[in-house]
Design a protein around this ligand. Structure first.
Ligand SMILES: [Zn+2]
Length: 453
């Protein structure tokens, strides 16, 4: 512990990639210290269901068995749900449905417990299974749009914005009074860079349900401020970026040539390192701290456009690292490459020039202090929900170490080969065809290797 705590907390840069599910930062000078928890535009938790929503169906089965004293299947499901035994609750509701396949209450109950189970599965990190459960839940009963909205939200968290957006378009027609739908829709719009739409959707969510204001109002205010700021900003285009800044801010204007240079160098670096050459231009918004809803420690973020948070003391080297980190996220996004978040972060870290030795030394220190490496489920989970800053830093160090390990095992260009294959094969298949094994097998090997060091 001593080694970790004893480090000087010099802090240069922190980066946030917000598709809603992730907060990233990179290590500018050796130690990263998140000052606060990340923002999460979608709210802290999945929508919860009250147990009262499990309707009291005459589920028939218990009665058939002539067991008057035995609680009905629905009653038992309610108890299982209150004990967070979701698998049992689902199984009981399925049984009830076998007896009464068309009973609307039983169908709704099954939809509710499947949705609740899917929330838990998503929190545990198995996104694909959770998505399948939401889909199945909606087939039993639309349930006020809840399972579909939850599915859209998880897709959003996973960066699958187009899929989320398609579901939301239907939901807005079918369930126009559901605040959650407008909340997610607004966050999607923001991720696409459509700020006006985000403001309109978020406002509607708050109108429909004032409880959404607590979480959304700061984002709404920031979006409005940004719309106002952008209107007066000057546009300067580089080879690959559209840079917007405030010409009246003398200190900011003085930094623009350095930022332009850092951006073009970032494009070339990411192109050379990972083989990513997006032809679509990326907007870069230079903001003063306070003009953005980025967290206090962030120096940049990518959410459809790169936002650079400029402080007077921001040094050139930090600018350069921030741009390389953020442009990596932008390039993956622009090229439609959907990667697991922690892989995306590892790539951004390496592009930013993070020290592999330092990342591994941090992990080794943490291990010797009795901590454990991030588990595979933690790596797949939504990082913004983590409250333990040490664990967050461990995840970043682990991701960085993993990418570097892949290169040392399979060749420096092996990740590039992987990225070339992702668009046609999807990530999991592309990993198999590039490395001859699954991501979980590779991750387990890297883990064992780290622990043997
Ligand atoms: Zn990042």
């Amino acid at each position: 512990m001593g080694a970790v705590r004893g480090m000087t907390a010099t802090f240069f840069g922190a980066l946030v990639l917000i598709f809603g599910w992730l907060t990233g930062y990179f290590d500018g000078a050796g130690v990263v210290e998140p000052k606060q928890e990340a923002i999460e535009p979608l709210g802290a938790t999945f929508e919860r269901h009250s147990l009262d929503e499990i309707g009291c169906a005459e589920d028939g089965v218990a009665a058939e068995q002539g067991q008057d004293k035995k609680p009905s299947l629905t009653e038992q499901a309610r108890v299982a749900l209150s004990n967070s035994d979701y698998a049992r609750a689902v199984s009981l509701c399925r049984k009830a449905l076998v007896a009464e396949p068309d009973d609307p209450t039983i169908r709704r109950n099954l939809s509710t417990v499947l949705t609740t189970q899917a929330h838990a599965i998503a929190r545990a990190g198995d996104s694909e299974l959770a998505l399948a459960h939401y889909l199945e839940a909606a087939e039993y009963d639309a349930n006020g749009g809840r399972p579909a909205a939850s599915r859209a939200r998880l897709l959003f968290d996973l960066g699958r914005l187009d899929e989320a957006d398609a579901i939301l378009a239907d939901l807005k027609q079918e369930f126009p009074n559901r605040a959650l739908v407008w909340q997610i829709s607004g966050s999607c719009a923001r991720a696409f860079g459509h700020l006006d739409q985000a403001v309109s959707d978020w406002s509607r969510a708050i109108e429909l349900d004032a409880a959404f204001a607590e979480n959304l109002q700061p984002h709404l205010d920031a979006a409005r401020a940004e719309i106002a700021a952008r209107a007066s900003y000057l546009l300067k285009s580089t080879s690959h970026f559209d840079l917007r800044y405030n010409p009246l801010d003398v200190g900011m204007a003085a930094r623009i040539p350095a930022i332009e240079q850092a951006l073009d160098q970032a494009y070339d670096a990411v192109s050379a390192l990972w083989g990513l050459h997006p032809s679509q231009r990326t907007e870069v918004l230079v903001l003063r701290r306070g003009e953005s809803d980025a967290v206090g420690w962030a120096s940049g973020l990518y959410d459809g456009r790169i936002r650079l948070i400029l402080d007077d003391e921001t040094r050139e080297v930090a600018l350069s690292r921030t741009m390389r980190h953020e442009h990596t996220h932008a390039a993956f996004h622009r090229l439609g490459l959907t990667l697991p978040t922690w892989i995306n972060e590892g790539c951004a870290e390496i592009a930013a020039g993070a020290s592999i030795d330092r990342a591994r030394a941090y992990l080794a220190d943490a291990l010797s202090a009795g901590q454990v490496l991030p588990t595979p489920a933690e790596l797949r989970s939504r990082w913004t929900t983590w409250s333990d800053a040490d664990r967050v830093r461990m995840a970043y160090s682990y991701a960085t170490s993993f990418l570097s390990w892949l290169q040392s095992q399979f060749g420096d260009s092996s990740p590039r080969l992987l990225f070339e294959r992702v668009p046609s094969q999807g990530f999991d298949k592309a990993v198999g065809s590039t490395f001859g094994k699954s991501l979980s097998a590779l991750e387990a090997e890297h883990r064992a290797w780290l622990l043997s060091m």
